[in-house]
Design a protein around this ligand. Structure first.
Ligand code: SF4
Ligand code: SF4
Length: 340
């Protein structure tokens, strides 16, 4: 790992210098305080890597929300389509929690049986991280994802008048070499300012979640009435899972778009939807809303921890921001612990 410095005024030049590695994407302000991931063209002025969170996380740059896997070709044979494959992309503005979410997606999609669509798109994604400041919905510091030292190509931490630039991969090194005029070696003062910023950032968190022994607490709370109460409040609209950077549910369906044509499509799904756990014969293993919402929380904080040794929540706050009925994951676990 190498650390460099870059003057703030060079950012537009760096953004243009990233383009040989793929189509550039970054957060852009779509409405006051509302950010989405957009393609950045020649004019880079709309780029807002400081945005605390985008509506959809950058998993949307790894798997399209919907794509065609197979189409029925001439003679009735099924032909694989390239619809799920994305051209090389650069995401500029990944925060520490975003990069941790990528590690979780890798565990889900590349362990045991690698998902070929994810794997191909993962290999062609370049990640440039950006140091953020938390808002009142961030609790990444509670789940150990507030800092990151791997899983990216470059990482820019804003300091007064310059960035501290961390180079973490061979691809990141290539980018630096191709844009060598922008960078200088970092100084001891840069390191001091970086450490000061870390301290200020740690103090800026206002929300926290107690994850101590949470899988064991959940094991003891399977029949707790809190899940029925939550089931009454949750609409099972699926918004929280669509915006979650670590939710991976998908479905595959055969469709007939018009007479004589057939396609197999794959699309994002949610375990909160009513029909998600319906099996042949019509039985629904999670027919009640309480069962479905409980399943989501147990998956993230109990089953995933047992399987992979870490929760599948990075504390990004998107589910808190987007729940139409105000369900707050931090409050849910406080209720579960009997603290509220
Ligand atoms: S966003 Fe809220 S209401 Fe919708 S499924 Fe998630 S927890 Fe339930
Ligand atoms: S569960 Fe909520 S806070 Fe945790 S990663 Fe998903 S959207 Fe973010």
């Amino acid at each position: 790992m190498q650390t460099l410095r870059m003057k703030t005024e060079f950012l537009p030049t760096l953004l243009r210098g990233l383009k040989p590695w793929g189509t550039l994407y970054a957060p852009v302000e779509r409405a006051p305080g509302v950010f989405s991931i957009e393609e950045i063209g020649e004019d880079t002025s709309a780029t807002r890597p400081d945005a605390v969170r985008t509506i959809l996380p950058f998993k949307s740059l790894l798997l399209k929300p919907r794509f065609t896997m197979l189409a029925r070709g001439e003679g009735g044979s099924d032909v694989e389509t390239p619809d799920g494959d994305l051209p090389p992309r650069v995401y500029f503005g990944a925060h520490a929690c975003d990069i941790h979410s990528l590690k979780i997606l890798d565990l889900m999609y590349l362990s045991d049986y690698a998902d070929p669509y994810y794997r191909r798109n993962r290999e062609t994604l370049t990640i440039v991280g950006y140091g953020c400041m938390p808002d009142e919905r961030c609790f990444c510091h509670s789940v150990g994802t507030s800092n990151v030292d791997e899983g990216f190509d470059l990482f820019l931490t804003p300091l007064e008048g310059r960035y501290l630039v961390t180079v973490r991969s061979a691809r990141g090194d290539d980018i630096v070499r191709a844009n060598a005029a922008l960078f200088e070696p970092s100084t001891p003062q840069d390191t001091r300012d970086y450490l000061d910023r870390l301290k200020k950032r740690e103090k800026a968190f206002t929300l926290s979640m107690d994850v101590t022994d949470l899988p064991y607490v959940l094991e003891l709370k399977k029949e707790d009435p809190v899940w029925d109460e939550l089931g009454k409040k949750c609409l099972c609209c699926g918004s929280c899972s669509m915006v979650c950077p670590t939710c991976t549910c998908f479905n595959v369906a055969d469709e007939i778009p018009k007479e004589g044509e057939a396609v197999r499509v794959r699309f994002w799904d949610s375990c909160l939807y009513r029909d998600y756990a319906v099996v042949a014969g019509g039985h629904n293993f999670r027919g009640s809303r309480a069962d479905r919402v409980k399943n989501r929380y147990y998956h993230k904080q109990e089953a995933f921890v047992r399987e992979f040794g870490m929760p599948s929540c990075v504390g990004c706050g998107r589910c808190i921001e987007n729940c139409p009925t105000g369900i707050n994951v931090v409050e849910v676990f406080s209720y579960v612990r009997g603290e509220l």
